[in-house]
Each structure stands twice: as structure tokens, then as C-alpha cells.
Design a protein. Sequence first.
Length: 275
Amino acid sequence: MDDLGIVGLGLVFVLVLVSYRGMQDPAYFARYAFEVGAIRYRRQYLRLLSSGFLHVGWWHLGFNVLTLWCFGGALETVVGMQNFLLLYFVSLVGGNLFSLWLHRHEPRYTAVGASGAISGLIFASIALFPGIEVGMLGIYLPGWLYGFLYVLLSAYGITARRDNIGHDAHLGGGLVGLVTAIGLVPEILRLNYLPILAIALPAAVFLYLLLRRPAGRLLGNLFTSGHHYQTVDDRYHARKREDAAELDELLKKISDKGLEGLSKREKRQLEELSR
């Protein structure tokens, strides 16, 4: 791949600068990290973007910067500076929106990192460059196979939930990057349709299962029907937990800014939740 262009270099500079500040200042890190409760109940939508410039450590940051360096130059050359920025940021926000949807009932769920944006660049590269090979340390796979395995591993990680990796943001960002690349260069659907299908088909199946069997994710198996435990009582208790989380967020805002810091809608919500 080509060396980074001016936009890619600018992104690297900002990533390093913001990540360093976050690693040195826990309050700064907490203020701008992705947090479901803060986004849903306190409308801190900036976190959908700002969290992508924070990292938990130098290894985390270094891996994302290295991947950006490997893929960014060629993409910026092909699609142009403005479209490269568009591709990067819609992948970042799209991945976080997918994560927000998946964890919408987990107000304390937090995450940071540019991996959603980076995944979008990788999937866009697989779509835009026929015959591309992806890998590192001398181990390279055909782009279609890498994309296929990436979707499968992300789907497993999202369902099993056995580590602290944000597989949902990775997959969401990757798919948004793929769709954006197709929108920018529609002819790749004809010229490079097999790698695109290798990513899109398993992703479509996984998203279908997520929608049809949401309880399966909680059980760690999307092929397991959740009807046997989604009883009226279960739904009632789930709603109570969500109400309690919303109330906690409102009380936290009152503690920080006082009652007058609440909007009219939040005051009505507080009244309803306090009954």
C-alpha cells in the first residue's frame, strides 16, 4: 500500500494527541469515552465521535495507527481526501451506533478506540482493490477470505461476549465502510462482486439472527430460541432495570448541575420514574 496522504497523517496526529491526553487524564478519558447511559439518557452524542480518538494504551493505539498507515494511503489516492474523511468518520460513527443499539439496555457499557473506522477502511479496501491480500507478519490472506473470517469472528465475539474487545463496533464500522465504498464507486459491484458477497452474505445472516432472536445473544447462541425465557416476568424485570438505569442517569445529572439542569422532557421523565 502507498504511504499515507495528508489527511491520513492528520488523523494519525490527532489520534496520538487525543489518546495521550486521555491516558494521562482519567477525567478527560471518562468525559469523552463511549458510554451507553451518557449517550442515551444525557444526550451526549459527541461521545459517538470522540471515543474513536481515545485508546486504552499504546499497543491499542499503535495497532490502529499501523493499520491506518497500511490502508489509508491507497484509499485516499483512489477516492480523494474528502471522500476518505467521509469513509473514515461514517465508519467510526456507524460502528458506535451499532454498538449503542446492541448494548442499549446496558447503561454502564463503555468503549474507546478507532477500530470501527479502521475496520471500515479495511472492508472498503477489500471492495475497491481486486486481488488485495490482507494480513501482517508475513501471513496474508486473500481479501475475500479475510473479510469472510472477520465477519465470522466478529459475530462469534458479539454473541459469546468472552473478552473485552468491541467486536460490535468493529463489525458495524466494517459494514458501513463497505457500503460507503460501494456508494462512492458503484462499479465495484460489477468488477469485484465476489469479495463483497463474501462479506455481505454472512453479515446479513448474522444481522437477521440478531433481529429475529435477540434473546439468543444473551444466551450466547443465536441458534437457540429465546421464547422459553422471554416471559412476561422477564420482560417486566428487564423494563424495570432500564427504568432504574434512566433514573440513575437523571439523578447523576441533578447531582452535577442541579434540578434546573434538566430539560422539560427530563423533568417529566423524572416524575414518571419516581412514581
